[in-house]
Design a protein around this ligand. Structure first.
Ligand code: AMP
Length: 231
């Protein structure tokens, strides 16, 4: 059988770069599944378990949750047959040790990483994106009060469900940026060396960014097709 589908994808970028928005579009078009470690951690917080409370205090400060907690969450997802080679990682890996762990798990579960899509956005735009971010607690849609506000046409749940994230405040943003620059950015070299990295200007319109991402993925699909066809 000729396997033409893309394999797992990492969406990379600073907080507020628009990874979640682009991931949601990819999920719809390419029948992929999004795994956002931030969302998984927020689900744990909702349970109000001891672990959830510990995680909340770390997230609210804008620090990184311990690698062992994150790696366990990721392994549970990679282990599921339903998600085989169909995952978009949003917010993971966030440091070199997590990137190496992802490689290890991908090998263990006999899967592939097809590309790392890195969204590049200037800091001043990102701060506005984060401070304007509103998430619907009912349907999960992401809006922005500055750039893409919710309206009666694009959102039917009602404004009462729109919420800010508790870590979308200036103090936490400062920490998240600092950690991104010191711990997360060095991963790019790691993926560049593996020839998996694609850098994308993330400051353009959402639909234009998505168009470029689609082109990258379609090019990868035909590349995979040729590899399988002529081997
Ligand atoms: P996000 O939703 O991706 O912006 O993540 C929100 C917060 O969750 C981050 O600021 C971290 O505190 C925590 N977090 C999310 N993903 C990770 C990860 N891969 N490693 C460590 N902490 C994470």
């Amino acid at each position: 059988m000729v396997d033409r589908s893309v394999a797992n994808i990492v969406l990379f970028g600073p907080p507020g770069a628009g990874k979640g928005t682009q991931a949601d579009k990819l999920v719809n078009e390419f029948k992929l599944f999004k795994v956002s470690t931030g969302d998984l951690l927020r689900e744990e917080i909702k349970k109000k378990s001891a672990l959830g409370n510990k995680i909340k205090s770390i997230i609210d400060k804008g620090m990184l949750v311990q690698d062992n907690i994150i790696n366990d969450l990721i392994e549970k997802v990679l282990d599921k047959k339903k998600y085989f080679n169909s995952l978009i990682f949003d917010g993971y890996p966030r440091n070199l040790s997590q990137a190496k762990n992802l490689d290890k798990l991908i090998k263990k579960y006999k899967q592939k990483l097809s590309c790392v899509l890195s969204l590049k956005v200037d800091t001043d735009i990102i701060v506005k994106r984060i401070l304007g971010r509103l998430i619907c607690s009912k349907c999960g849609s992401i809006f922005n009060s500055f750039f893409s506000p919710a309206t009666k046409e694009n959102h039917h749940c009602g404004s009462k469900f729109l919420q800010r994230r508790s870590d979308d405040n200036e103090e936490s943003i400062k920490n998240r940026f600092q950690i991104y620059n010191t711990e997360t950015l060095p991963i790019l070299d790691y993926y560049e060396n593996q020839k998996l990295l694609h850098e994308i200007d993330g400051m353009r319109d959402i639909s234009i960014i998505y168009k470029e991402i689609r082109q990258i993925i379609h090019a990868l699909e035909s590349w995979l097709y040729n590899v399988y066809l002529y081997k």
